[in-house]
Design a protein around this ligand. Structure first.
Ligand SMILES: C[S@@+](CC[C@H](N)C(=O)[O-])C[C@H]1O[C@@H](n2cnc3c(N)ncnc32)[C@H](O)[C@@H]1O
Length: 187
């Protein structure tokens, strides 16, 4: 999808998309750098847009890996339909259905959840519902990787996971944060 098409579709659905620019290549690479691809059997991506992060993940993912992608905007997702890769499954369904989709795929646990969902503009209860589902589907030491343009949700992830690390990516419009929480054993 052309940058301008992403801009106009995002503008029409600003509350749902949360930004008018897709992630820069620097941001996509930095998100993928958070993943230990040798050990990642199953990765989930929420809010894939036109698939810029998706493609970076597929570039690095092992041949027998599996990438489950959820994106609700059908215009942005036109590019996702063009991805022909046996490791990739796309659902035009809400991230709120994550647990159900994994169960339909007979997947019990996943290694990483990568999300660019605009939680800062989504209702709090919807955000909590999705993030708790992400936590519940992660294997031990699996990671939740979230892209944001501010740190307002940092305390929320700390509350849910007990830990959160922040990476800053300047080369993005706007500059972005990648927040990473790990599923650790409860004390
Ligand atoms: C900030 S954009 C990120 C797009 C792309 N991943 C990127 O980094 O450029 C957020 C995306 O989340 C999608 N989205 C919003 N709510 C969603 C939901 N409940 N389930 C799945 N996708 C959703 C939007 O349609 C949009 O494409």
């Amino acid at each position: 999808m052309k940058r301008l098409d992403f801009f106009s579709e995002s503008l029409r659905n600003l509350k749902e998309v949360g930004t008018v620019t897709r992630s820069s290549r620097y941001l996509c690479r930095n998100v993928a750098n958070q993943i230990a691809f040798d050990y990642a059997d199953v990765i989930v991506e929420l809010g894939a847009g036109d698939g810029v992060i998706t493609r970076e993940i597929l570039k690095r993912m092992k041949p027998e890996g599996k990438l489950i992608v959820l994106e609700i905007n059908e215009v942005l997702a036109e590019d996702l339909h063009k991805i022909k890769d046996p490791r990739f499954s796309y659902y035009q369904r809400s991230a709120e259905e994550l647990t159900a989709i994994l169960s339909e795929n007979k997947i019990d646990k996943v290694d990483y959840v990568v999300s660019a969902l605009p939680f800062t503009v989504m209702p709090k209860e919807v955000t909590k519902n999705i993030v708790v589902q992400c936590k519940n589907c992660l294997r031990l030491n699996g990671k939740f990787i979230q892209v944001h343009y501010s740190l307002v949700k940092k305390g929320f992830y700390k509350m849910i996971f007990g830990n959160v690390k922040v990476n800053f990516v300047f080369k993005n419009l706007p500059p972005a944060f990648i927040l990473v929480s790990e599923l650790r054993e409860e004390d």
